[in-house]
Structures are given as structure tokens and as C-alpha cells.
Ligand binder design. Sequence first.
Ligand code: NAD
Length: 501
Amino acid sequence: MTNDARLPQVQHYIAGAVTDGSSGRTAPVYDPALGIVTKEVPLADLDELNTAVAAAKAAFTGWRDTSIAKRQQILFRFRELVNERKGELAAILTSEHGKVLSDAMGEIARGLEVVEFATGFPQLMKGDYSENVSTGVDVYSTKQPLGVVGVISPFNFPAMVPMWFFPIAIAVGNTVVLKPSEKDPSSSVWLAELFTEAGLPAGVLNVLHGDKVAVDGLLEHPDIRSISFVGSTPIARYIYETAAKNGKRVQALGGAKNHMLVLPDADLDLVADSAINAGFGSAGERCMAISVVVAVEPVADALIEKITERMSKLTIGDGRRSCDMGPLVTEQHRDKVASYIDIAAADGATVVVDGRGIEVDGAAEGFWLGPTLLDRVPLDSRAYTEEIFGPVLSVVRVASYEDGVTLINNGAFGNGTAIFTNDGGAARRFQNEIEVGMIGINVPIPVPVAYYSFGGFKDSIFGDTKAYGEQGVHFFTREKAITSRWLDPSHGGINLGFPQN
Ligand code: NAD
């Protein structure tokens, strides 16, 4: 798309200053509730990528050697500034992503949690010390930052997902090049500017907008030490393989298809509320959304009745007004999500509630799709096997707890899951038997708090390190083990044998 001078241009943020794009390539940024292009985002070329990486590299030594106390103070100040001005950030999120303002505030709160966790980094950076492992010999370890690290984030949490990574990466002494989603790019720049205001030196956090060109540049750049990626499974797999081939440390979190197993003894009102919240919150554009309700018979009919009744009361519209659910992020994504309703129907599922063509509180051109409920979705339908990533909730009926667990474990993804039951023994068995990384027991969206770590199993993650928590600190540091002796050198002597204690 050519550069349209009438539209505001989103800028890169490099070396502590906003910078115009110079590649000549841009992408449109939409207001999804209005269905119009409101801005253009530059798509970086390799020269701009090299400039951003060079800025981060130039800042690294100074930042690494900045005292722990000073780094902590900057993080605390950043936390305060975001908290004071989070209303501005929520407005940006809603205008580019479409999620309702209250949900945008929730996203910011969960991102701030990681900033708060990161302020405690000195405790997690402490090494070990063993005195006198051999006579006069001490061994100790120290954790050090990697250098310049790359972060590539998806459209669905434009503030929170970057905040899963950059606060910890920066706290422990790295410098960062962040490549946000080109669909909703402005919040990353807002956060970087605020971090500078909090005292972060220029070049420690750089935001470079772009598409595959910028991503491939990061994956191949010799000065990028690690890649943290969140996005869809095919891209996550590609990122993992390419970054690893280029010798980088990599964590690549992918897509999801999260099941909620409902046992017959569950509280069905709680289940129905939870299915609605987890299925349709943020228009289903959450990697921890519930997309399949697995009903152990005979509960399915009663549960569908309760869910349907609640769906009829949901308000859909412009997220700036007090609606329950906003639009989808782009027209293209809305059409793709809607196509799964056609696929399910053609494959024999029952469309209990059809969100296509709904009336909304908003502009006719907005990217709308109403909450949709499908029943008896065949397990070989693409509507069941693939991630839909929209407000489409499927019901699958099974005869027993065991059938439900087998169904979930046979799925390609393993991000999140939930069991609803009043049987503690069944819940305990479930947490042991289920092959999923994050589990809710009577909790529908079990996103771990910041001092645990976030990540799934199977096609939902590539790499062995999850996001944030202690695993985040581990990912962004490397350990040195030091063996030292402070004796008179005359105590030495020649010995070609392997060192023993
Ligand atoms: P996406 O994979 O399309 O894009 C993610 C990032 O990769 C973006 O920055 C994008 O610019 C870049 N990208 C896209 N295509 C690329 C290509 N061919 N080569 C290189 N880079 C490319 O994902 P999305 O649509 O922005 O986000 C939604 C997806 O993210 C869903 O699948 C969702 O489940 C997943 N997600 C997962 C988690 C998790 O923690 N597991 C969290 C949030 C979102």
C-alpha cells in the first residue's frame, strides 16, 4: 500500500526517539468498530532493522552495568506512570484492536503485574557460592544478561504480551528490539515513550514496526541473542526453527484450542457464566479463550439452554461505549471466523445461535460478528480441529470423564483447559492426566499470575521456556560458574590430570 499523506503515520521508536519510517512500505491500521483506516504503520526494511539493533547494542554495556538499585527505581517509576495514565493506553487499545474499554483495562492490569514482578528481579538474579570446594578454592555462579533480545508480538494483546517480556528482559540488563503486531502498533510506542520518561536510557527499549521482512531480519541478525515470540502456530514453528538455526535462544508461543470439560455434578449456572465470559470476552480473540465445551452427558441440553439464554442478553458494539463485546480486529479476520460457521454447518453441526448479520450498537462498516454457539460439532470438522480465534463456541458431547480427557489429549494444541466439577477427586485426576500447560479447576481462563509462568504444551509452544515468572528470568539470563583460588602461586605445580577436588 502506498503512503497516504492524509493519514497519521505511526512511528518507530529507536534510540529514545520516535522515528519516521523510511522504507516506503506501510500497512493500514483500522478502527475496527468504525471499519475505517485511521493510521498507517511503517513496515521496516533491513536498513531500519540494522539501525534499531545497533541502537540496542550501543545501549547494552551501559545498561548492563547500571546498578541494580537504579534499574529498580526506573522500573518502579515506569509502573507508576503506566498506572497513572492507563486510561490513555486503554483508549489506544480499543481504537486499534476493538476490545471493549473494560477489557483493555484488564489487559493493562495483567501487563503491569509483570512489571511489578520484574521489580523484584534482584532476588532472582542472585547466584550461589560454595566455599572451600577444594583447599583454598571457592566456586560461585552469577547470572548475566544475554545482550540484545528480540520480541515479536501478536495483535490480540498489544500491550500485555510485549509486557510479558520486555520488563523482565530489561530488568535483568538486556536491551530490546520489539516488533509489535502491525495491526495495532501504537501501544508499544506509547509504552516505550513512558519508559523513557521513567528514566530508561535511550536504546534500551526500541520499537520497530514491520512484517516478515523485519521478523526475518531479527531472526538472522548476528547481534540478536534471543527471540521471544507469541502468535499463531505455523509462524511460531517457523520462528523456532529459523531462530534456532541461527544459533539463538528461542521461546515461541503458538495458537490454542481450549476445552472446558463439564462433569454432570458441576454447578451449571457457574459453568454457563464461565463459558460466556471465556468464550466471548474480547470477541474470542484470546489464546486462553474457551472454544470448546465438552459436556459429559446428560448435561449438554440443560447447559446449552443456560448458555443460550445468557447469550441473548450480551450487548455487542463499539468498545468505547459500555458494551460486552466489540468487533473483530479486521474485516479479513472477521470473514475467516465467520467461514468456520459455514464449515461447521456443512459438516453437520447445529448452529444454535448464529452471530452472522447481527444488529450492533455501532457503525455499519465495523468488523462485526455476534456470539455464535455450535452444537454437536463433528470431531473431523475443521471447525473443531482448527483454531477459530473469534466469538464461536462449540459444544461437543461425550459419555464419560474418560472420553472427555481422551478427546482433549488427542488435540494438537495444549495451551489452556478447564474442568468444572464439585468432585475434588475428579479434579485432582484431571490435573494429573491432562496434557495441557495451564489448567483451571472451576476457573475458565487460568492465566497464571506473574510469579508463575505462562505457556502451554504441544503445538501451543516451541522451545522449553515459558513466558514471565522465574522461567522468564531464566530465559533472559545466562549463568557463569566461577572457580577461584587466591593462594600464593608457589602452591601450584604441573598436573595434566583432569581437575579433581
Ligand atoms: P500471527 O502469527 O499472524 O502474528 C504474530 C506476529 O508474527 C506478528 O508480529 C506478525 O507481524 C508476525 N508474522 C505474521 N506472519 C509472519 C510471517 N509469515 N513471517 C514472519 N512473521 C510473521 O498471529 P496474530 O494473528 O497476530 O495473533 C493471533 C495468534 O496468536 C492466535 O493464534 C493466538 O492463539 C496466538 N496467541 C498465542 C498466545 C500464547 O501465549 N500461546 C498468546 C496470544 C496469542
